[in-house]
Design a binder for this molecule. Sequence first.
Ligand code: SAH
Length: 257
Amino acid sequence: MIDQMTASLARIRFVLVETTHTGNIGAVARAMKTMGLSRLELVAPKHPIDAEALARASGADDLLERAGIHAHLVDALAGCRLVIGASARLRTVEWPLLEPPICARQLLDEAATGDVALVFGRESSGLSNAELARCQALVHIPTNPDFSSLNLAAAAQVLAYEIRRTAREDQGERLVDPPRDLATADELEGFHGHLATTLVDIGFGDPGQSHKLMRRLRRLFNRARPDRIEINILRGILSAAQGRKRLQAHHDQKPSG
Ligand code: SAH
């Protein structure tokens, strides 16, 4: 059974309009596949899929093989309940302009029930006004205003990641640290007791000042949050230090000459 996230991602198309460089098409396929997206639609690509496209797809060949090829944008958008255009420029035309996270939110919400599309323009000139008119909204990746145009595949990667990030959030997925067998409060207590006696044994601890010193040492080890094995190693070191001290004391007591 496929989960809701996989099902929704499968309903989000990336539509590339009149792409010039086949390498960019391959790189978009890769960007999509890394984020769990699979539906690529090409509108009048300048060249057919070639070795350069396959090389840049580096393993996302299946998306290229299954990519639809259309003469017109409307054909690539057939059946879509929401169409958002990706624009490198902040246009003067009054069009709802979405931040990438809002764009991802809207695409996923609508993809829960039907097909949706994100449209990318030509490398040279982006999307025409007629093409923009087919979109319900535009998305712009905030960039340096003096240098705002991303490479096509880079823009696809950012928006694809934003979609996956949002979908994971919906599922409550997050990266977790590998589980650690942390030392428990009583084990830490045992360690600190051992440390205190060792400091006296080796002549470091000054009973008058030890209160303050022990508090600092506690703070240090609380910050480190040692695990069981680390505490065992530390206690081994303490035992060794105590043993050496005893040997040393024994040595000092031996009559000389
Ligand atoms: N020279 C073109 C930019 C083309 S970049 C222009 O000025 O419009 C190719 C496509 O990548 C764009 O049409 C757009 O779909 C996408 N893209 C590039 N930078 C983007 C950005 N900052 N925000 C959203 N989409 C972007």
